[in-house]
Design a protein around this ligand. Structure first.
Ligand SMILES: Cc1cc2nc3c(=O)[nH]c(=O)nc-3n(C[C@H](O)[C@H](O)[C@H](O)COP(=O)(O)OP(=O)(O)OC[C@H]3O[C@@H](n4cnc5c(N)ncnc54)[C@H](O)[C@@H]3O)c2cc1C
Length: 382
């Protein structure tokens, strides 16, 4: 089923957070080059995450007893939007804050909550997501990494790939098989919190086209996990992962990956004579962005109401990444129409970076074809 996405306004008390965050970012990020800003939620800076934590901006929605600020999803939307809009290097804490913490809050035992959540809020525990494996990306249910019962807990063997920040995180939330075979599909999958410093874990960073190493291969060789490494129920991993993906897919990070380029191009245009072709390009981008932002906000409203809008989140991610990918192309074409004008090098560097990484926008978090399958199923078309 797919629900109507109602138009929602951010409550004034949450909107009030915006000015405070914006002022902090203006001071803290002053002088950060646009091609660095373009990395934003791929940009790793643990010190910056700690600065946010000191202000109570990590774990914003978590209960106070766990170190959170007990704010709602709209406050978090405002904070995310400002961080991404400014191109803040948020990658260190992003996954823990966005999806590991809500997962632990929902499925964790009181002991797991008491251990991990305050550390996430203090920017002392960074997490990565171990879903994809060699040969199992879109077809996630076919994963082969396996945990078997062993004395005092579990023994883990297998490997993960494309794991964002595995080489600089403390923990992985890994989806693994605990019973049956790859042919059993959704049955027999479970989630574990894996301490990445344990013996038997090895991590090998992978460099991307732009020269950044933000994701890794991870190998598990007879890793001994304690009993309480299991999170949620054994065998319920598939349902848990799907609830988690609604958090992963719907946020403003699926709209703003190219915003640093847009800002930089606008600054360049402001110094030029009026150009109606560029104005039309800008109008097209902003009108799409406004609609997508309203859709993303509406999903924040559903999450706030305790719903799990997985189909709607897939829709927003698919449309959002399409726009994010179109922006570098549209701006490149607009610049090419005026070869007589000198281009500032920071603008060209930012454009070149985004041209290289834009194809990944519709891969990370689930590919376009897979999302469209989910949307079609949600609409009752398959
Ligand atoms: C920047 C980045 C960060 C990532 N971070 C993480 C992470 O932190 N954790 C993690 O677990 N994974 C991560 N991934 C992996 C990502 O989730 C997978 O790359 C993605 O799910 C696709 O899987 P695959 O690479 O195995 O491609 P495949 O599944 O082999 O797909 C290849 C192509 O075939 C198409 N295809 C596959 N099946 C079908 C089908 N049934 N119908 C139609 N078309 C189909 C796909 O759409 C795609 O175009 C990341 C990827 C990137 C690019």
């Amino acid at each position: 089923m797919i629900d109507t996405l109602e138009l929602i306004a951010i409550p004034p008390e949450d909107e009030a957070l915006r000015a405070e965050v914006r002022e902090f970012l203006a001071q803290t990020l002053d002088g950060l080059a646009p091609d660095k800003r373009a990395r934003s939620w791929m940009g790793f800076d643990a010190g910056f995450s700690r600065q946010l934590a000191e202000r109570g901006w990590l774990g914003l929605t978590l209960p106070r007893e766990h170190g959170g600020s007990a704010r709602g999803h709209f406050a978090r939307f405002v904070l995310s939007e400002e961080l991404l809009g400014a191109g803040a290097p948020v990658s260190a804490h992003w996954i823990a804050d966005r999806q590991s913490a809500p997962l632990i809050l929902k499925y964790g035992t009181p002991a797991q909550q008491a251990f991990y959540l305050p550390r996430i809020c203090r920017a002392e525990a960074f997490f990565c997501i171990g879903m994809s494996e060699p040969g199992s990306g879109s077809d996630l249910a076919s994963i082969r990494t396996r945990a078997v019962p062993a004395a005092g807990g579990w023994r883990l063997n297998g490997s993960k790939i494309w794991t964002t920040n595995a080489h600089r995180s403390h923990y992985m939330i890994a989806l693994v098989r605990t019973s049956g075979t790859a042919e059993d599909r959704h049955q027999g999958l479970s989630q574990f919190i894996v301490d990445l410093s344990l013996p038997g874990v090895s991590v090998r960073p992978i460099e991307d086209l732009a020269g950044d190493a933000h994701f890794s291969e991870v190998f598990f060789d007879n890793v001994e996990l304690a009993e309480d490494a299991l999170i949620g129920a054994e065998g319920a991993g598939w349902a848990q992962v799907n609830a988690e993906l609604a958090f992963e897919r719907s946020g403003p990070e699926r709209l703003y990956s190219s915003i640093a380029l847009l800002e930089c191009w606008l600054a360049h245009c402001r110094g030029q004579a009026e150009d109606t072709a560029s104005q039309a390009v800008l109008g097209g981008i902003l009108s799409q962005m406004a609609v997508l932002r309203a859709m993303s906000l509406s999903i924040a409203g559903k999450l706030a109401a305790g719903l799990s809008p997985a189909t709607e989140a897939a829709l927003v991610k698919d449309l959002g990444t399409e726009l994010e990918q179109a922006i570098p192309r549209l701006i490149g074409d607009a610049l090419a129409r005026r070869p007589d004008l000198p281009f500032p090098p920071p603008l060209l560097r930012t454009l070149a970076y985004l041209e290289q990484v834009a194809p990944t926008f519709s891969l990370r978090g689930g590919t376009r074809e897979i999302l469209r399958g989910i949307i079609a199923r949600g609409l009752g078309l398959r």
